[in-house]
Design a binder for this molecule. Structure first.
Ligand SMILES: Cc1ncc(COP(=O)(O)O)c(C=O)c1O
Length: 415
């Protein structure tokens, strides 16, 4: 495992944690020793077979990996073009890709003797995954979550509490993921001795973006083997939704060296990228700056103040993007597009009706882009899309947007 993963020529970052002009480590002096200790531990783990053996064992027996690669036959027929495959990471234990990475970080935390784990969460899936793994290992868990997200992702808040985590609603800013990450970083500086900060996406100071990507790369590694087994060749196009960008980097990374594979990241277009910043499309509508310890594309005003952003999907509601995506965007290796709330809702319903899969709102954005491109592609074109989360957490939001009254026992049709 370790060897396969690190034998790529595109295995940035450089020794300063930079992907081209992006990434790095913009943190206070108090945090520096913690970050350096984490980097040292991860560098050791990377080439330690016993670390990867423990990961593999938990991925197999606790998470349920490998997740299937599923040929979406009815969706393919319905759209009438490319063959559409879904990488089913929504079938993982806890219902999303987030647990792939949490396991890696918590194994590292245990190796470092840390007993208190803190995390930030938007949609709640990273919080649930962290609370789950902490329960499994008997570790104290504190999750910071924006107040707005606490309200719109209520089922996940209850799950985290059932799992024994303390959920702290964050009221600063607009009460979303950015604000939760600010407070988690503040907690970390205050509790340096016993605390490990488990970041849920490919953002934050070096080594987080590369480390989270490495843990999530199991998605692309499996997809590569599974597509080879199913079709005898790699996919032609990869599509994944982007909040901070971890499920996307996980799918993309093992394919970066293969220039025949088109790579498309889908950002949250909210009410439309032209709508005055009522979106979260950092690459399509932002410019470079520094946030949460790294330099990357951000939504910001003329004075460099970070803007709040907006998306129907709590997991995509982040005004930045992982630095490796900014780099892939600038060198042109990956293309980034945006999808509006309305388009994502349409894709959500199509997945339910055509495939019997209730997707999370995050991958519904990826599916909406697949719906746009598949009809015009040849019938032998292979699309692999990451179905990175299941939709249970989103049914209240979707019901509200579709005008469906959950208390209506007459059972009015939601479609
Ligand atoms: C199901 C799901 N997909 C995607 C995301 C976005 O995160 P990332 O871009 O790091 O994959 C989230 C975040 O909470 C999520 O819950």
């Amino acid at each position: 495992m370790a060897d396969d993963l690190f034998n790529s020529f595109m295995t940035g970052p450089d020794e300063n944690g930079r992907f081209g002009d992006f990434g790095g480590r913009f943190v206070s002096e108090t945090l520096m020793p913690l970050i350096l200790a984490l980097e040292e531990e991860y560098e050791k783990a990377k080439t330690d077979d016993s670390f990867w053996a423990e990961m593999q064992d938990l991925w197999t027996h606790y998470v349920g990996r490998p997740s299937p690669l599923y040929f979406a036959e009815r969706l393919t027929d319905h759209l009438g073009g490319a063959r559409i495959y879904l990488k089913r990471d929504e079938l993982n234990h806890t219902g999303a890709h987030k647990i792939n990475n949490v396991l890696g970080q918590i194994i590292l935390a245990r190796r470092m003797g840390k007993t208190r784990i803190i995390a930030e969460t938007g949609a709640g899936q990273h919080g649930v995954a962290t609370a789950t793994v902490c329960a499994k290992f008997g570790l104290k868990c504190v999750v910071y979550m924006g107040k707005h997200d606490v309200e719109r992702q209520a089922p996940n808040v209850f799950r985290m509490r059932l799992l024994g985590a303390e959920v702290i609603p964050v009221t600063s800013g607009r009460g979303t993921l950015k604000d939760a990450m600010n407070d988690a970083l503040r907690d970390w500086v205050t509790n340096v001795r016993d605390t490990f900060y488990c970041i849920g996406t490919v953002a934050g100071p070096h080594p987080y973006p590369a480390m989270v990507r490495d843990f999530q790369s199991i998605i692309g590694k499996e997809a590569k083997e599974q597509m080879q087994a199913a079709e005898g060749r790699p996919p032609d196009t990869l599509v994944a939704a982007i909040g901070g960008g971890s499920n996307a980097m996980g799918l993309f990374f093992p394919f970066l060296d293969d220039k025949s594979v088109n790579i498309i990241g889908v950002e949250a277009g909210g009410k439309g990228v032209n709508a005055k910043m009522e979106h979260c499309a950092s690459l399509t509508g932002g410019r470079p700056g520094v946030l949460h310890g790294n330099r990357t594309y951000l939504l910001q005003d003329d004075d460099g103040q970070i803007l709040e952003g907006f998306s129907i999907s709590a997991g995509l509601d982040y005004p930045g993007i992982g630095p490796e995506h900014s780099w892939l965007h600038e060198i042109g290796r990956a293309k980034y597009v945006s999808i509006t709330d309305v388009e994502a809702l349409e894709a959500f319903q199509l997945s339910c009706a055509q495939e019997g899969i209730i997707p999370a709102l995050e991958p519904s954005h990826a599916l909406a882009h697949v719906m746009k491109i598949a009809p015009d592609l040849p019938k032998d074109h292979l699309i692999c899309m990451n179905m990175c989360g299941r939709g249970d957490k989103d049914i209240f939001t979707v019901a509200k947007h579709l005008g469906f009254d959950m208390s209506d026992t007459e059972g009015r049709d939601a479609s």
